[in-house]
Design a protein around this ligand. Structure first.
Ligand code: C5J
Length: 225
């Protein structure tokens, strides 16, 4: 047992770090760098950059504690057989999922844009979950991996706050996981959605989970018994 208390909202969260996993959602070039999926939808991708440093600090602290670290990537098979038409047929037709952009085919597995940014690159042994949807539990083996490792609490970081982070937190909450979201480790193309997304998680006594920040998480790790 390695217990600690993380300062969070709506209230402090007591966690056992031995049964806690860090889940980093979709910190891929396709979302964070020009020429990828995020930009193809008309977004200013530079807005996501500020989450990288805080995320890297929580990642480093988690690795130092030998916590389970899981990375996810949103994307599709090269033949797009797992990509619903309703998802593919939106946005600028010349820059849709599967079309060739400066980082390879947009949101397609194996392409440069689909991979995780250098600063947060997975280490050997850290599971990488390739997900076709927004939620990390949908059509993946994430739940099995967490159950087999005895995980009860998730620290969820990544992008974007109101889309894949939110969907994953909701899915996790319904599967019985306690979710802690360090807000500065998440980012959105819409600052107001980021703010409201975090508020939605912690509202009503923590309806989906708890919201904290990278400094408080790292401090709590340092105090763990
Ligand atoms: C989006 C994601 N925004 N990772 N994906 O389409 O949040």
């Amino acid at each position: 047992m390695s217990r600690t208390v993380v300062a969070a909202e709506p209230g402090p969260l007591e966690v056992d770090l031995d049964t806690t996993a860090l889940v980093i959602i979709d910190m891929q070039r396709d979302f964070l760098m020009p020429g990828g999926f995020g930009e193809s939808l008309g977004n200013d991708v530079s807005l996501l950059g500020k989450a990288v440093g805080p995320c890297a600090r929580v990642l480093e602290a988690s690795r130092a504690r030998k916590m389970l670290v899981i990375h996810t990537r949103e994307g599709h098979r090269p033949d797009l057989s797992d990509a619903p038409r309703a998802k593919v047929e939106r946005g600028d037709p010349s820059m849709r999922i599967g079309t060739v952009g400066p980082m390879g085919r947009i949101l397609v597995r194996g392409e440069a844009g689909h991979d995780i940014i250098r600063e947060l690159y997975p280490r050997d042994g850290e599971p990488v979950i390739d997900k076709p949807g927004k939620g990390a539990f949908y059509a993946t083996d994430l739940h099995s991996i967490l159950q087999n490792a005895g995980v009860e609490t998730l620290i969820v970081c990544g992008v974007t706050t109101e889309v894949c982070v939110h969907t994953t937190v909701r899915e996790a909450n319904d599967r019985g996981y306690r979710c802690l979201v360090p807000g500065d480790c998440c980012g959105s193309y819409f600052p107001e959605f980021h703010e409201v997304g975090l508020r939605m998680i912690k509202a009503q006594g923590g309806i989906f989970g708890w919201v904290s920040d990278s400094t408080k998480v790292v401090e709590a790790f340092a105090r763990a018994s």
